[in-house]
Design a protein around this ligand. Structure first.
Ligand code: 5GP
Ligand code: ZN
Length: 110
């Protein structure tokens, strides 16, 4: 938990952000500036800065994010039409929130 981190704040339920899904380990919510008809963020509750900072002990978190994204794609009705899963890594990779998150993006051709 990083007191200065927006996604720590959101993931711990200290904002009015609505969760589409929540477990002990992660939350899912809509991106505030969607790039597609479906644009969700899968966010682990543990504060990890980026993919570069994932430790061996965090492997399960990555699997959990990907499997949850797939399930959210199914629930959003874009499972079969297709979608993108994206980790932006550090500034050069387009990351602006330095708390690990997976983008689920799709819904153009449902
Ligand atoms: P990044 O570029 O770091 O991979 O993506 C961060 C994403 O978080 C952006 O797509 C941005 O629109 C989204 N975002 C930033 N602040 C908020 C917020 O307060 N609420 C929500 N729901 N999304 C946010
Ligand atoms: Zn954080």
């Amino acid at each position: 938990m990083d007191a200065e981190c927006l996604f720590c704040k959101i993931a711990s339920g200290r904002t009015d952000t609505e969760f589409l899904h929540e477990t002990d380990a992660l939350v899912v919510f809509k991106d505030i500036h969607p790039h597609a008809p479906v644009h969700l963020l899968i966010v682990p509750k543990k504060h990890i800065r980026s993919i570069n900072d994932v430790d061996e002990e965090d492997r399960e978190i990555l699997v959990d994010c990907i499997m949850t994204a797939r399930e959210m794609a199914r629930r959003s009705g874009i499972h079969e039409s297709g979608y993108k899963l994206l980790f932006n890594v550090e500034r050069g990779g387009g990351q602006v929130i330095f708390h690990l998150h997976l983008h689920l993006i799709g819904g153009w051709n449902r």
